[in-house]
Every structure is written in structure tokens, then in C-alpha cells.
Write a new protein. Structure first.
Length: 119
């Protein structure tokens, strides 16, 4: 399997925005629900958001509802996460993966992309 490639992370002040992207292989992406997960230092990886294969259904962790928006481009095999009103507690490495809805990841992980939110 080919690892997904996450990008778009960076350093941002609290209240700012970032847009993450995840480029996946067709085998991983096509026909599969996809999701975003994150892992903060010293903590376990946690679910952030997921989207059905068609894009018609979305799922969010309570901590990001109303601030984050997940979307996908099935032509480009790319997953996105628009993150608004970022908080210091959103600081983590963000990963994408195929999921069994709403939040069970499977397959291989990419390297992730670091998001750091300063207060």
C-alpha cells in the first residue's frame, strides 16, 4: 500500500485558520470513507472528523464541531480539513486514513503534518 501524504500544517496564532490536505492513492481513497485523526504530545491518537465515500455524510469530534470542516475531491483523490478558530489544544500531528464510519481507522498511516497553535 502507498502511504497517504498529509500537508498544510504550520504555526498559527489562536483564532487563526489552516487548511490541511491529504493525497491518497486511488486504492485507499476510491469508494472508502476517509477521516482525519490527531495525536498531541504524550497523548493517544484521537478521531477528529470523517466523511463518507460520496461526501454526503460527515462526522466530527465534539471538540471540533462548528470550527472544522472536512471535504474531499474524488477526482483528485484528496481529502481536506478546513480548520477555523484554532485553539492551543488543537496542537498535534494530524493524520488521514481510510475509516469504517464513523471513526475506526484502517490501513496504513502517513507521516502526518504538524499543527501548532500559539496562545
Amino acid at each position: 500500500q502507498v502511504q497517504p501524504v498529509e500537508s498544510g500544517g504550520g504555526l498559527v496564532q489562536a483564532g487563526g485558520s489552516l487548511r490541511l490536505s491529504c493525497a491518497a492513492s486511488g486504492r485507499t481513497f476510491s469508494g472508502n470513507a476517509m477521516g482525519w485523526f490527531r495525536q498531541a504530545p504524550g497523548k493517544e491518537r484521537e478521531f477528529v472528523a470523517a466523511i463518507s465515500d460520496s461526501g454526503g455524510s460527515t462526522y466530527y469530534a465534539d471538540s471540533v464541531k462548528g470550527r472544522f470542516t472536512i471535504s474531499r475531491d474524488n477526482i483528485k483523490n484528496t481529502l481536506y480539513l478546513q480548520m477555523n478558530n484554532l485553539k492551543p489544544e488543537d496542537t498535534a500531528v494530524y493524520y488521514c486514513a481510510a475509516v469504517i464510519p464513523p471513526n475506526v481507522p484502517y490501513g496504513i498511516w502517513g507521516q502526518g503534518t504538524q499543527v501548532t497553535v500559539s496562545s
